[in-house]
Design a protein around this ligand. Structure first.
Ligand SMILES: Nc1ncnc2c1ncn2[C@@H]1O[C@H](COP(=O)(O)OP(=O)(O)OP(=O)(O)O)[C@@H](O)[C@H]1O
Length: 243
């Protein structure tokens, strides 16, 4: 076995591992397991010389592959997007933004005003911003509170923040699609989960019902946070390099 063969094997192993990382934690992981089982049965049936069964499974497999691409279009898109994402953080300035976001979340939680704020990191959120009303405003705590105030014209939907700017409000985020873990949550939390599943955004949710503050990240909803914890988390996840 030459160096080229070893390199070949290592590259294939790396490719399989990257593929695993891309699907791990998404609803696609169970499907991948199913596909592996299906392929194993197919292989066994052809090894055992069961011509009719292996012909049928082969046909079903070809059709199934196309069906998978259609069903998992959002995951495939997110995975390719993750692959092409730049490795350095491009987001903007602002320790002031961090304080304003935390202060606004604290006040909204106290008053039980529901809020949904997506903070952009490397994945551009432009397409979600287009679903709402475009703004270009300096972040401030009172401005965020005014946006989410009950009966305010833009309170329904999510706000998108880039660095220290609020770029859009009343945006529609994709509802969470993976397994049933979060089925008991309402649509605000599931919209936060949905966006965090498809992008690398940090999505802040203030619950109208409970007055709790949580962060959705990479398709998972974090624990309830105090305002101090929220500040630390935002510093760590978004604003670290700007302080
Ligand atoms: N797809 C969506 N994108 C953005 N915002 C959404 C979306 N779906 C619902 N919302 C927001 O969530 C609000 C409804 O929240 P709902 O009470 O159903 O959720 P919840 O998770 O139980 O939150 P809460 O704890 O605040 O009640 C809507 O008024 C709207 O502002």
């Amino acid at each position: 076995m030459g160096v080229r063969d070893i390199l070949d094997v290592l590259l294939v192993a790396a490719l399989i591992y990257q593929g695993y990382l891309l699907v791990n934690g998404t609803r696609a992981v169970n499907v991948v397991r199913g596909v592996v089982i299906f392929a194993a049965i197919w292989l066994l049936s052809s090894l055992a010389g069961l011509a009719a069964l292996s012909y049928l499974l082969g046909r079903a497999g070809t059709v199934g592959l196309f069906a998978l691409v259609v069903v998992f279009q959002p995951e495939l898109r997110a995975a390719l997007e993750r692959l092409g994402r730049p490795r350095t953080r491009g987001t903007g300035r602002g320790s002031a933004a961090l304080l304003d976001l935390s202060r606004a979340a604290e006040r909204m939680a106290e008053r039980k005003t529901g809020a949904l704020i997506a903070i952009e990191r490397l994945t551009p959120l432009g397409e979600y911003a287009l679903s709402g009303v475009t703004l270009d405003a300096q972040i401030s705590a009172p401005f965020l509170e005014a946006l989410f105030a009950r009966n305010a014209p833009l309170h329904d939907g999510g706000v998108i923040v880039q660095g220290d700017r609020v770029v859009a409000a009343a945006c529609l985020f994709p509802l969470q699609a993976s397994d049933g873990t979060y089925r008991r949550y309402g649509t605000r939390h599931r919209a936060a989960l949905g966006l965090s599943e498809l992008t690398d955004a940090v999505v802040l949710v203030v619950s109208e019902e409970r007055g709790s503050i949580r962060i959705a990240l990479q398709g998972r909803l974090g624990p309830e946070l105090t305002v101090g914890e929220l500040r630390d988390r935002l510093r760590e996840l978004v604003y670290e390099e700007t302080l």
